[in-house]
Design a protein around this ligand. Sequence first.
Ligand SMILES: CC(C)(COP(=O)(O)OP(=O)(O)OC[C@H]1O[C@@H](n2cnc3c(N)ncnc32)[C@H](O)[C@@H]1OP(=O)(O)O)[C@@H](O)C(=O)NCCC(=O)NCCSC(=O)C[C@H](O)C(=O)O
Ligand SMILES: [Mg+2]
Length: 270
Amino acid sequence: MTHSAFSPRTALYLPASNPRAIEKARGLDADMIMLDLEDAVPPDRKDEARAAAVAAVETGFGCPVAIRINAIGSEWHAADLDAVAHSRADYMVLPKVESPRTLAASGKPLLAMIETPDGVQAAATIARQPGVAGLIAGTNDLKAELRIPSGAGREGLVLALQTIVLAARGAGIIALDGVWNRLDDPAGLEEECRQGRAFGFDGKTVIHPAQIEIANRLFGPDAAELEDARALIAAFDGGAVRFRDRMIESMHVDAARRLIGQAEGLRRAD
Ligand SMILES: CC(C)(COP(=O)(O)OP(=O)(O)OC[C@H]1O[C@@H](n2cnc3c(N)ncnc32)[C@H](O)[C@@H]1OP(=O)(O)O)[C@@H](O)C(=O)NCCC(=O)NCCSC(=O)C[C@H](O)C(=O)O
Ligand SMILES: [Mg+2]
């Protein structure tokens, strides 16, 4: 599997300090697993979580696995970086990236989290750094940093989210949307997935097994979209063409090919 072509619909976070969640994750349908050493792990369990993450990736999860390390400047960063570099993780997730200076190299493709005002403003530069394979929106941290009230919707995040997608697209890398915290509100998650896909995100980061089916479905592509894409490619013969009820041009063929490529990439990753 070529990871550069891989575009997950769902990336499931779990605390690496939680052995039950690690075992559960092995049987789940997430496209990517992200073992967390950062905010989901209390300070007195960081060493234990680091060792557990390294051990967990030895066995594999049936999908690409990332380890999220603690940020540059934290007391755990150096040990985390070294552990990931020597582990079998497919990706490293680095939180709170604010500039190329706050990137760290482990030899693994890097998913850089954009979750501070400075990070958003530097997103285009960060996305183009060597080794960066994707950007992840950290919407909890962003909301807190921007002082958006906890009950508010995503209106105040729209500029940041679109900046993240623009930066990723400009660099040709993937963009993953932030998490939905309300565990008992699947309808709200559906709505946010639709919004995230409409913004151009490739997939969503999720925090609970019950969120996987929803995000997989809404970040598609589903059978009807694939049928439409194949028929569109077959119908196109250059210029501007009527296809079913709409006008298509060459960029629509490119988009249809991308959609089919995404579905094939997911099948290969299975
Ligand atoms: C949020 C949770 C703490 C809720 O936990 P809990 O109430 O215990 O869940 P359930 O009882 O409903 O769990 C049912 C079963 O599912 C397993 N489970 C739960 N969550 C996960 C998971 N993420 N991965 C795998 N398995 C999971 C439970 O073990 C139960 O299993 P079983 O007993 O066998 O039936 C919890 O869901 C959780 O810890 N979620 C992940 C939290 C996390 O990693 N947070 C960090 C990333 S979020 C973030 O900060 C992003 C970004 O930085 C930002 O700023 O926005
Ligand atoms: Mg965060």
